[in-house]
Design a protein around this ligand. Structure first.
Ligand code: GDP
Ligand code: IMO
Ligand code: MG
Length: 431
């Protein structure tokens, strides 16, 4: 049996949604284990686009979808997403979609604090999605959080809110200069959310472990990317959860022996939304070409994504941090039409090549990318469906990524549609 983790290797938006949707055909269960609706995962099936923020990207394949304990869930967004999917004919009832009773609930003050704090920081802001992700994880860590099990206990929820709200309002009003939150309003709103979502709430760890014991196959869907990880990313320009594969276990309630493979999704170039270091960023026509041909706008906030060359320093960091067993290369079609391509193979700092990814952002800011140049290709590869039919220079580019990373490429994506894909080695085929 195969149980596979899919994670982003860069700074998010690598095309995880597409790869999860594609591989979900072979899985029985798809589970989200971290992040929240800061994620925006795009699936395109038969020309129809779906963007999911919380519901796992296995929902279109009719698979059981689980939201694990490690996720922070905005109940209003979850309800909206369920209704949107159902309106488009996708079954999303309590049999299809379950939420961990231990998942943390994003409260209105989390969103307000997130936005007000960013405003106060001005030019030093992180560029968060403003969805309350950081403040919700802070409350989880300081033990002031509201879990789904607390939300559906109406009396307990009111007591928790009464205990927490004065501190939140003090901080909002006195420190951030923002509007305070009305207790009654939240209480009424969240009681209605609780009623609507209660049938979906369950012990996800038990459901998962029982399914695996019966031989079911699981796909663990990462959100964000390795370099947005709170421990391993470009701190403080990161998100507030562990995005690396190790958190698939912790964030869903399974042991490490339940994972059999880790696929790293790699955009054929690099993008980043929000602030923070990005060594191979391009500020020229090539950057604009990638941005416009790749339609690089955030799926959650609509912000323009910064673009640059493929960076093997960060990819190799992701190989190590996640224990990658395979790669899925996406958006390869976007590179078509460029005469030459560059791959960043190392960082030079004060004349010396660095041996590892620097933790110190002042050092990172002064790193110069060292590039290797390759010939590009002019053909449109988006309708190619076999490796052999790819132009020679495309295959050379792919082979170089394998050589430099030491990890085999298992999937190649040449367009946003589910079928615009070349599967070289299906990770579920080992069962
Ligand atoms: P995720 O957050 O990692 O799931 O990625 P996003 O959905 O935020 O962003 C990826 C974008 O690229 C989406 O608009 C996808 O539809 C699109 N996409 C995915 N794979 C490909 C591909 O191979 N080629 C092209 N041109 N677009 C792709
Ligand atoms: P998916 O799953 C790209 C970025 C934000 C910001 C930083 C912190 O679609 O790949 P947060 O709201 O999490 O506190 O913001 O992280 N960020 C993402 N960037 N893709 C994402 O998700 C992201 N989720 C958060 O832009 O820089
Ligand atoms: Mg995204």
């Amino acid at each position: 049996m195969a149980n596979i983790v899919i994670i982003g290797t860069q700074w998010g938006d690598e095309g995880k949604g597409k790869i999860v949707d594609l591989l979900a055909e072979y899985a029985d269960i798809v589970v989200r284990f971290q992040g929240g609706n800061n994620a925006g995962h795009t699936m395109v099936v038969n020309g129809e686009q779906f963007i999911s923020h919380l519901v796992p990207s296995g929902i279109l394949q009719g698979k059981t979808c689980l939201i694990g304990n490690g996720v922070v869930v905005d109940p209003a967004v979850l309800i909206e997403e369920i209704e949107y999917l159902e309106k488009r004919g996708v079954a999303c009832g309590p049999q299809q979609l379950m939420v961990s009773e231990r998942a943390q609930v994003i409260m209105p003050y989390h969103k307000q604090i997130d936005v007000a704090r960013e405003n106060k920081k001005g030019k030093d802001k992180i560029g968060t999605t403003g969805r309350g992700i950081g403040p919700a994880y802070e409350d989880k860590a300081n033990r002031q959080g509201v879990r789904f099990v607390d939300l559906i206990d109406t009396e307990g929820f009111r007591e928790k809110l009464a205990a927490t709200l004065p501190e939140k309002n003090f901080y909002l009003e006195k420190f951030l200069g923002a509007q305070p939150i009305d207790a009654q309003l939240i209480s009424d709103q969240y009681t209605a959310f609780a009623k609507r979502l209660a049938p979906h709430v369950t012990d996800v760890s038990v459901v998962l472990n029982q399914a695996v014991a019966k031989g079911k196959q699981v796909l663990y869907e990462g959100a964000q990317g390795t370099h947005l990880d709170i421990d391993h990313g470009t701190y403080p320009f990161v998100t507030s959860s562990n995005t690396v594969s190790g958190n698939a276990c912790c964030g869903s309630g399974v042991g490490p022996k339940m994972i059999s493979g880790v696929i790293g999704v790699v955009k054929a170039y690099t993008t980043r939304v929000g602030a923070g270091p990005f060594a191979s960023e391009l500020f020229d026509d090539v950057g604009n070409y990638l941005q416009s041909k790749g339609a690089e706008f955030g799926a959650t906030t609509g912000r323009r994504r910064r673009c640059g060359w493929l960076d093997m320093v960060i990819l190799n960091n992701a190989v190590r941090l996640n224990g990658l067993t395979g790669l899925a290369i996406t958006k390869l079609d976007v590179l078509g039409g460029l005469e030459t391509l560059k791959i960043c193979t190392a960082y030079r700092y004060q004349g010396q090549l660095l041996a590892s990814f620097p933790a110190n952002l002042k050092v990172l800011a002064q790193c110069e990318p060292v590039y290797e140049t390759m010939d590009g290709w002019s053909q449109d590869i988006s309708s190619i469906r076999t490796y052999e039919a790819l132009p020679l220079n495309v295959r050379r580019y792919l082979r170089r990524i394998e050589e430099l990373s030491g990890v085999p490429i298992q999937i190649i994506s040449v367009g946003p549609q589910r079928d615009q894909t070349i599967v070289l080695d299906n990770p579920f085929a080992i069962s």
